[in-house]
Structures are given as C-alpha cells and as structure tokens.
Design a protein around this ligand. Structure first.
Ligand code: PHE
Length: 357
C-alpha cells in the first residue's frame, strides 16, 4: 500500500496537464483502477485481515482523491494565469484613429438641405443625368428654337451616323425631374430632387458639372406667397446666420410664370466670401409658379392644380455657408483642401442638433 501511495502521489505531482491528470485518475481510482481492484480483493480476505486492510485502503483512496483534486485546481489556476498574462489589454490606450477621409462639403450640404426640406414635408425624388431632350427641354416648354437651349451651353450625347433622332443631353438642370415626378405620382406633389447637372462653362462661379436641388410643390391653392415663405424659411435654417438678406428679382424661365431669381447679400473682399454683409449679391436660385403647359406635359390638369418650383445651386450655397471663394476648388481633389473643408464622417446633420455641429 505504501508503494501505491508513493507511486500515485509522485505521478500526480509531476503530471503536465489536466488531460494527463484525468488518465491518472482512471488508472488509480477508476472502475478498473489499481486501487479499486485492490478494494475488490477485500472480499476474499478473512474478517480480521479485512478489519486492518479496509480502513487503510479507504484512507489511501481518499488521500489519492484529494491529491488529484488539489492538483486539478492548481493546474486550472496555472492555465488561467497563463491566459491572463497573454490576453491582457490596456483599456487606457487611446481609441482607434478616426479614418483619414472626410465628407466633402457638397455632400454635407446635400444632407443638410435634405434634412431641412424633409422637416417641411418634402420627399426626395431622382432622375437620370443622361436625359432625353424631351424631359430636359420640350416638356419644360423650351422648344427647339428657344434661345434657352443655347444659353444653357448644353453637352449633347453623340448619335450613330445616320441616326436622326434628337440626341440625348447631359441634363442642364434638375427641372426634368419635375416632369418625371408628375408622371410618376400625379398631383398633389411635394418633392425635392438634388443631383448633378452639366453645362459647358468654367470660371470662379461656374464648373461644367455642378449640383442643383429642384423643388416642386403642387396642390389646389399653392401661391407665390408659399414659394417665398418656403425659400426664406429654408435660407434662414440653412445659413444659421442672423440677418441673411435675400433679394427676389423678377425674371423669366420658360417653365414658370411668373418667375423670380433670388440673390443673397455677401461680401467678396480679400479673397474671402462672407454672407450677411457687403455690397455684392450672389445668385443662388431660380423659381416661379409652374407654367400651365408644363403641368399639362406632366399629365396634370392645370385647371385643377397649380404649384411652385425652384432650382437652387447647391455648390453656390455651400460656397456661401462655408466661405469658399472659388467653386473650382470643390472639384480639384486637393487633399489639403479636403482636410480643411471636409467634415468628420460621423457628423450627420440634423435639425435638432444644429445643422453644422
Ligand atoms: N432650372 C432653372 C435653372 O437651372 C432653375 C429653375 C427651377 C427656375 C425651377 C424656375 C423653376 O436655372
């Protein structure tokens, strides 16, 4: 019995891991283990022999069992220590670096104006950038000979030789979305349509691709007063500047009657653009009451319905809001410029938090 004790206590002490320890347990005190077999021999002994051997064997079994348990606990502790040592994490380290990219001011302004018009009950509509001349011109009451076609410096798509159909164009404004929305949803309508537009023009305030947001509200009793209120409300919320001064100028568009253009007072001194002061005016939008012929072309009865429409230059209002004096910088992809004027990716504009947090 002393040999058995010596043997197992040594083996238990030297065992390397929990799996080997389990094997040892089976080998010693398992059903067919060495100590268990010895206990079975008790039955063959005389009562006197059994009186001595029984308690001694039981004591041996208890001793081996508690050695097994103690070793098991110490192996588990060691395993935990090892995991703690290898898996530690310094929770006081600074967080992840914010991604290097920024949101382009145009995208930011796009989100801002969408949030403002959404709060006024406008939903967002879309149309294609490559447009038929019907949607871009004719349906908007701009016939083929009309000078507006030339004034808009249109980019025409190339047709195959011998194909005499009128060419498609890169849309020169977002107004074709007016017609598409009328066709798609009928009256009443309250939509905005932000998007890219194209004209062959290039200077400090013009680039061949730029952005507009179209607005269209059609109902039974919409008037010029609603138009004026909506645009003033939009500008006040968007610019977040007290004393934004708007100038409504009588104008002419083939697709609205009457028509007005809106300028904003600004100063342009020393290479910086400032809003709400100065003696300069920057034109930011065209607007008016939708022409009856346009309603008709969109399948809406002008005797029953009327409405207003406007087209705002997104790039222009972005220049004004963020003091960017040259439109062309928007599209130069100059990294230093983008880092300076860009917005953090998580800076989502909303009305509750203040738009340009
Ligand atoms: N489509 C006009 C432009 O691009 C703007 C406009 C839109 C004017 C809607 C009146 C009504 O200049």
């Amino acid at each position: 019995m002393d040999d058995l004790r010596e043997k197992y206590l040594t083996l238990i002490k030297d065992v390397a891991d929990e799996a080997a320890l389990e094997e040892l347990r089976v080998q010693a005190v398992g059903k067919k283990g060495e100590i268990s077999l010895k206990m079975r021999e008790l039955g063959k002994m005389t009562p006197e022999e059994r009186q001595v051997a029984g308690p001694a064997l039981n004591a041996l079994k208890d001793e081996v069992n508690s050695a097994l348990n103690a070793r098991k606990a110490s192996l588990a502790d060691a395993a935990l220590e090892e995991r703690l040592a290898s898996e530690w994490l310094d929770v006081t380290l600074p967080g992840r670096r914010r991604p290097a990219g920024t949101i382009h001011p145009i995208s930011q302004v796009w989100e801002e104006l969408t949030a403002i018009f959404a709060s006024l009950g406008f939903s967002v509509a879309e149309g294609p950038q490559i447009e038929s001349d019907w949607y871009n011109f004719d349906a908007l009451n701009i016939p083929g000979h009309h000078p507006a076609r030339a004034e808009m410096d249109t980019f025409y798509m190339h047709r195959e030789d011998g194909d005499n159909r009128p060419p498609h164009v890169l849309r020169t404004h977002t107004s074709p979305v007016q017609i598409r929305s009328m066709e798609a949803q009928g009256a009443p309508i309250r939509i905005i349509a932000p998007g890219r537009v194209y004209r062959s023009d290039y200077d400090q305030t013009h680039t061949p691709m730029f952005h507009q947001v179209e607005g269209l509200a059609i109902d039974k009793d919409i008037s010029m007063a609603h138009l004026k209120w909506t645009l003033e409300e939009f500008c006040r919320t968007f610019f977040e500047v007290d004393g934004v001064e708007l100038r409504f100028r009588a104008s002419h568009f083939p697709f609205t009657e009457p028509s007005a253009e809106v300028d904003i007072r600004c100063s342009w001194q020393g290479g910086t653009l400032k809003i709400g002061e100065g003696d300069d005016w920057l034109e930011i939008l065209g607007s008016g009451m939708v022409h009856p012929k346009v309603l008709q072309n969109g399948g809406i009865d002008p005797k029953e319905w009327q409405g207003f429409a406007f087209g705002v230059g997104i790039d222009r209002i972005a220049m004004l809001k963020y003091g960017i004096p040259d439109l062309r910088a928007f599209f130069d992809s100059d990294l230093r410029w983008l880092r300076h004027y860009g917005f953090a990716a998580l800076d989502q504009p909303d009305l509750a938090g203040g738009l340009s947090r």
